[in-house]
Write a protein that binds this ligand. Structure first.
Ligand SMILES: Cc1cc2nc3c(=O)[nH]c(=O)nc-3n(C[C@H](O)[C@H](O)[C@H](O)COP(=O)(O)OP(=O)(O)OC[C@H]3O[C@@H](n4cnc5c(N)ncnc54)[C@H](O)[C@@H]3O)c2cc1C
Length: 291
């Protein structure tokens, strides 16, 4: 049963931040409500003040240019990102990830910012954004601050957002030539959360060259989305082979701290990481080599 609450629907970021400051003792922000309403219906949270930011149009946009890269307003829906021509052309892995996130109904209403702020370690956008070395802008009544997406997640459903702050924008740097990025998740029911999700981004010195840089990000393999930095270290500076990718998968699985739940045991999740790092790494490598 949902508790009674006072409802506000600010139309600007400034107005929203003022309300957050005013009700800082007991408020909850709602964007698309796709995650929040479930928690409210289950009685897990009972805010006295609900601040609905869905109508703040200045936080709903996709902008891209070569210098600044991609900028996505926090209120942009999953479906808008999935369908965006500019994202499909230059940041295809984001559109592919969104296409597998939830159902069309949920994608039509849920926002990328809400997904990140929910802090679910199984969420799909975080590993892809971490692999793409994305950053965030967080707005508060006294100004803005920026951080890497990989630093945003602190623990299970816990983020670096402080009271009175809103996530306003996600920035993805321009993808360099000879770079390939891929993502997949293993899930039992199509359009469900990831049992394990893996994103890999590989940047080569040239089409047939060595690995100049690599980022491997994992979902639902630890209390928060993580990078498999030891596995990355193995690949960096080398000519990537099947054998090396297999070894990277094995190392990545040792970097995880998965839990056992009704969907999979911790051991099974570690096996998935081994298999998926190799599989997704192979796809990222082949994309990096594409003319
Ligand atoms: C049936 C179903 C299936 C799903 N499947 C998947 C899946 O496969 N993969 C996946 O990743 N997710 C999945 N989800 C989760 C869901 O899609 C996202 O978490 C959702 O998009 C959250 O966005 P929202 O705008 O609805 O956020 P809300 O539910 O409104 O908010 C979520 C949290 O973020 C906070 N918040 C929202 N926006 C901001 C902001 N700008 N600044 C600060 N705080 C903010 C809220 O206070 C709340 O704590 C699924 C959800 C459902 C209902």
């Amino acid at each position: 049963m949902i508790n009674d609450f006072e409802y506000f629907a600010p139309k600007t970021l400034k107005e929203a931040l003022k309300l957050l400051d005013q009700y800082r003792d007991d408020y909850k922000v709602i964007a698309g409500g796709q995650s929040l309403l479930i928690m409210m219906r289950q009685g897990l949270i009972k805010p006295e003040h609900l601040i609905d930011i869905k109508g703040i149009s200045e936080l709903n946009y996709i902008k891209s240019d070569y210098k600044k890269g991609l900028r996505i307003g926090a209120l942009t829906t999953h479906r808008t990102i999935e369908k965006s021509p500019v994202i499909r052309k230059s940041f295809g892995v984001l559109a592919e990830m969104e296409n597998r996130l939830a159902s069309i109904q949920t994608r039509n209403w849920g926002s990328i910012g809400g997904n990140l702020c929910h802090g679910d370690p199984a969420g799909d956008p975080a590993p892809v954004l971490i692999a793409l070395n994305a950053t965030l802008t967080i707005a508060g009544i006294h100004g803005e601050r920026n951080m890497l997406v990989e630093d945003f997640f602190l623990d299970y459903f816990e983020t670096a957002l402080e009271h009175g702050e809103l996530l306003s924008e996600i920035q993805v740097p321009t993808i360099l030539p000879n770079t390939g990025t891929a993502y997949t998740k293993f899930n039992v029911i199509e359009s469900d959360m990831a049992v394990v999700g893996v994103a890999v981004s590989i940047h080569l010195t040239s089409k047939e060259g060595q690995c100049e840089d690599v980022r491997i990000a994992l979902a639902n393999s630890a209390p928060k989305p993580i990078r498999a930095k030891k596995a990355e270290e193995l690949l960096r500076g080398k000519k990537i082979t099947d054998h090396l990718l297999k070894e990277a998968g094995e190392i990545a699985s040792t970097e995880t701290e998965p839990v056992s739940d009704i969907h999979a045991s911790a051991e099974y999740r570690q096996e998935l990481v081994k298999v998926l790092v190799k599989r997704v790494g192979t796809e990222a490598l082949s994309r990096a080599k594409k003319p």
